[in-house]
Write a new protein. Structure first.
Length: 397
């Protein structure tokens, strides 16, 4: 029979979703599964966005411009200005989710076999996008014992080769929730300038910074030709399913080249743009309520994790994730066992094994990524299940 491609064979499974079939089987048995594995917000989408969707009266659902509707991009200009990010509508390209923004950025800025440096643990799908673009990922490792702060400059310098073309940061970080300080970003800027690199900055979670300090975007570092900002409405408006992201850059050559790829895929989602545009203005109170809710969940959940014997989680400063170490040798085996064998009053927990967020073999095997996107009552139940499961697992092993 015909064989699949080499690329398809090399493509890794998502650590976030790879155990999903086990969760499906557990649910078929009537088991309640608490999903801590995926960053799917449970908070409602802004009513303004839902109302805009219901009010669609078009007779034809047409293509939009390849770069997205002007009205949406103009509203995004105002949104970014609130964060001190000055861009024009012509510097914003609307994409099919933040995922497409990342992939098109890679295809635009790197040739096959070029290298990009990212911090590990990092968002697992970066690896998949890099493989799709036939580029090589090199990593510098942040450590849970140090709260996942930026690795030293020497680690970046050691990773740089003649084929290095870019550095990728996620700030605030998915999966760790770490927020890079102005001093750390300045160090990255110096490396980027010294080696004439692109800086991809994934800033999807900028609304969720809990340390009380102003958010600093890579767009504010004073290197406009180097920075490509990647963004999405998925998390800030609980609109993951409308698939609306953004690629933003002052670099006209990058912008114009990304547009070639955008024209080839025709247009971003029509209905998604309508919902996103309606959600941007007049939802300040909604955003504040979401922020307060996630901060309260963070405080409750991290405290609860660290009260379980053998479990350790740093305090995330942003986003709604944490990477925690567990007192087990192999968290993938443990996470599988939770879904196939362990039940507490007919309930269990699903988590993402953290090894899939590392590129270096062997790292993260005793860690999991968890998303605190459930209400506090459900987080309490999940913590109770995790505590009981770890005690049982210890006895079995």
């Amino acid at each position: 029979m015909p064989q699949i491609s080499n690329l398809g064979s090399r493509m890794p499974s998502s650590p976030i979703r790879k155990l999903a079939p086990l969760a499906v089987e557990a649910k078929k048995e009537g088991v309640k599964v608490y999903h801590l594995n995926i960053g799917q917000p449970d908070l409602p989408t802004p009513q303004k966005g839902l109302d805009a969707l219901k009010a669609v009266t078009r007779k034809t659902l047409e293509y939009s411009p390849s770069e997205g509707y002007p009205g949406l991009r103009e509203k995004l200009v105002g949104y970014y200005k609130k964060y001190g990010i000055d861009v024009s509508a012509d510097e914003i390209i609307v994409t099919c989710g933040g995922s497409e923004a990342i992939l098109l950025g890679f295809l635009t800025c790197l040739n096959p076999e070029d290298e990009i440096i990212m911090v590990e643990p990092g968002y697992a799908n970066y690896i998949s996008f890099a493989k799709t673009a036939h580029i090589t990922v090199k990593t510098v490792t942040s450590r849970i014992e140090e709260g996942f702060k930026l690795p030293p400059v020497e680690a970046f310098e050691k990773a740089i080769t003649p084929r290095t073309k870019a550095i990728l940061l996620c700030n605030p970080s998915n999966p760790t929730g770490y927020v890079y300080t102005p001093e750390e970003l300045q160090k990255i800027k110096e490396i980027v300038v010294k080696h004439d690199l692109f800086l991809f900055s994934d800033e999807v979670y900028r609304e969720f910074v809990y340390n009380g300090k102003p958010y600093l975007s890579a767009m504010q570092l004073g290197i406009p030709e180097n920075v490509i900002m990647l963004d999405s409405v998925s998390k800030r408006y609980s609109e993951c399913g409308i698939r609306i992201g953004m690629l933003v850059t002052h670099n006209k050559q990058v912008h114009d080249t990304v547009m070639k790829f955008c024209q080839a895929r025709l247009s971003p989602p029509l209905l998604g743009q309508i919902v996103a545009e309606a959600s941007i203005e007049g939802t300040e109170e909604y955003s504040k309520e979401c922020f307060d809710e996630y901060k309260a969940r963070r405080d409750f959940f991290i405290k609860g994790l660290n009260e379980i014997p053998g479990v350790y989680s740093p305090m995330p400063e942003g986003a709604f994730y944490t990477v925690a170490s567990l007192p087990v040798e192999d968290t993938e085996a443990f996470c599988r066992w939770l879904l196939t064998d362990f039940r507490l009053n007919g309930e269990t927990v699903m988590m993402a094994p953290a090894a899939g967020f590392y590129s270096t073999p062997g790292l993260g095997k005793n860690q999991v990524r968890m998303a605190y996107v459930l209400k506090e009552e459900d987080l309490a139940k999940a913590l109770k299940i995790l505590r009981a499961a770890l005690a049982t697992y210890k006895d079995l092993h």
